[in-house]
Design a protein around this ligand. Structure first.
Ligand code: GDP
Length: 435
């Protein structure tokens, strides 16, 4: 997320590091670099203009805090300004029962996927959720929603599959007095904004009087997405946006421009193709990510949602007692994979530690394949692994006996280390060890 922008902005901070204080001269160069970074990230020029004016005023004004160094101060000013252009966090406003949410947007933006992701998120929050497939325009959109609905165990209504307005009217009858809290309507998009689509959406809006009209926009589409966001808002008075494909190499233009241009909030971001890959939009966390300060809060939240706490606690205890077997390790790997790919996890850490993600992912896959090829008994007691067993495991996991030996050696070393920890004797001096 935002690699290019992050890298360029960090060069701007560096011009100030080591400087005694912010002066008009040294800040000028840094601000120029920020301006270029934003323009290259495809941020709307009006937003850039105001952003730079505000940052210049704050950086050269009297607000500079004595406790911070010039580069830290500059980061703080940029962070505040990024948050300001993205607006405050805005939540769904679900007032009716059932509440209707209408999903709108152009074809390919990720509308159908986001409808199902949102249903999943709300279901996890305890809402009884229902989906309506009224995208009759894109072939396969209805079947796609039916499949996704099955996956998350949310019913999907699709009527005659032909007339969207009729489907919507029938769906309303279907959910009446049914106890559903939220009904999400997937509507038809087009490749470009056109009148037929807008008329259809206006008609559906009039029928539903929905609590939320969420427009789905593709972060990769840059200023085109911002322009269509503006047109949709003018016609439909949307209540918010879902910005998808933030996991791709989106440059930041959409996320930093849309609020300023439309005056409507981003409510969610799509961060991957999987059904769990939808996050509530937190401007301050995104600002931190853009500035390379990480997003530990989102990582913790994800861990709380996805991980089995009892299991992790038990595994942690076993580790401390040096009773950690390869079977436990297998369990732990399974749990951690629920948080997403390694690269996604590392991205949320401050300073995005420079590790070779591809290499680490590969190594983890090898470890997992080896452990999966063992019998439960071997995992619990690796001591029984003789040459022929190792050969069998290497063959089964598509690895080599050397790789099996390497894993066993690492495991033994880890156990030794845990024993030393337990005795309270640290094997190395932790002084100066930074967390
Ligand atoms: P629709 O025409 O707007 O209904 O688009 P779809 O929901 O079918 O999405 C189009 C494509 O974008 C599909 O391949 C989705 O898997 C993909 N997609 C949607 N949201 C995201 C996202 O947040 N990240 C990524 N990487 N892909 C997404």
């Amino acid at each position: 997320m935002f690699e290019g922008l992050q890298e360029k902005l960090s060069k701007a901070f560096k011009t100030l590091s080591g400087k005694g204080k912010i002066t008009e001269k040294n800040i000028k160069e840094a601000i120029k670099m920020v301006k270029l970074s934003l323009l290259e990230a495809d941020v709307n020029y009006k937003v850039v203009k105001e952003f730079i004016a505000e940052v210049t005023e704050k950086a050269t004004g009297e607000e500079v805090l004595k406790s911070l160094t010039p580069d830290q101060m500059f980061i703080k000013i940029l962070r505040d300004e990024l948050i300001r252009v993205m607006g405050e966090k805005s939540q769904l406003s679900l007032v009716h029962s059932p509440s209707y949410i209408m999903m709108v947007g152009l074809q390919g933006s990720g509308k159908t996927t986001s409808a199902a992701k949102l249903a999943n998120l709300l279901k996890k929050k305890g809402k009884k959720t229902f989906l309506v497939a009224a995208d009759t325009y894109r072939p396969a959109a209805i079947d796609q929603l039916i499949t996704l609905g099955k996956k998350i165990d949310v019913p999907v209504f699709y009527g005659d599959r032909k007339d969207p307005v009729k489907i919507v009217r029938e769906a309303i009858k279907e959910v009446k007095d049914s106890g559903y809290n939220v009904v999400i309507f997937d509507t038809a998009g087009r490749l470009h904004v056109d009148d037929e689509m807008m008329n259809e959406l206006e008609e559906i809006k009039d029928i539903l009087n929905p609590d939320e009209i969420l427009m789905v926009v593709d972060a990769m589409a840059g200023q085109d997405a911002v322009n269509s966001a503006k047109i949709f808002n003018e016609r439909l008075d949307v209540t918010g946006y879902v910005v998808t494909k933030m996991d791709g190499d989106a440059r930041g233009g959409v996320i930093l421009s849309i609020r300023y241009i439309t005056n409507k909030p981003i409510k969610f971001i799509g961060v991957g193709e999987k059904i769990e890959d939808l996050e509530e939009f937190h401007p301050e966390r995104i600002a931190s990510r853009i500035l390379g300060l990480g997003d530990v809060l989102s990582l913790i939240e994800k861990a709380e949602q996805e991980l089995d706490k009892d299991k992790m606690q038990k595994l942690g205890k076993k580790m401390l007692n040096a009773e950690f077997t390869l079977e436990d390790f297998q369990e732990q790997l399974k749990e951690i994979k629920k948080l997403g790919s390694l690269s996604k996890i590392v991205e949320m850490l401050p300073g995005s530690p420079k590790v070779d993600i591809n290499q680490s992912e590969k190594e983890l896959k090898v470890i997992e394949a080896i452990i999966n090829s063992m019998t439960p008994e071997e995992r619990r007691n690796p001591k029984i692994l003789n040459a022929s067993r190792k050969k069998r495991i290497a063959k089964g996991s598509g690895t080599s006996v050397q790789e099996v030996n390497k894993l066993l050696k690492n495991y033994e070393e880890m156990k030794k280390m845990m024993k030393i920890f337990k005795k309270g004797k640290l094997p190395f001096n932790l002084k100066g060890f930074k967390i």
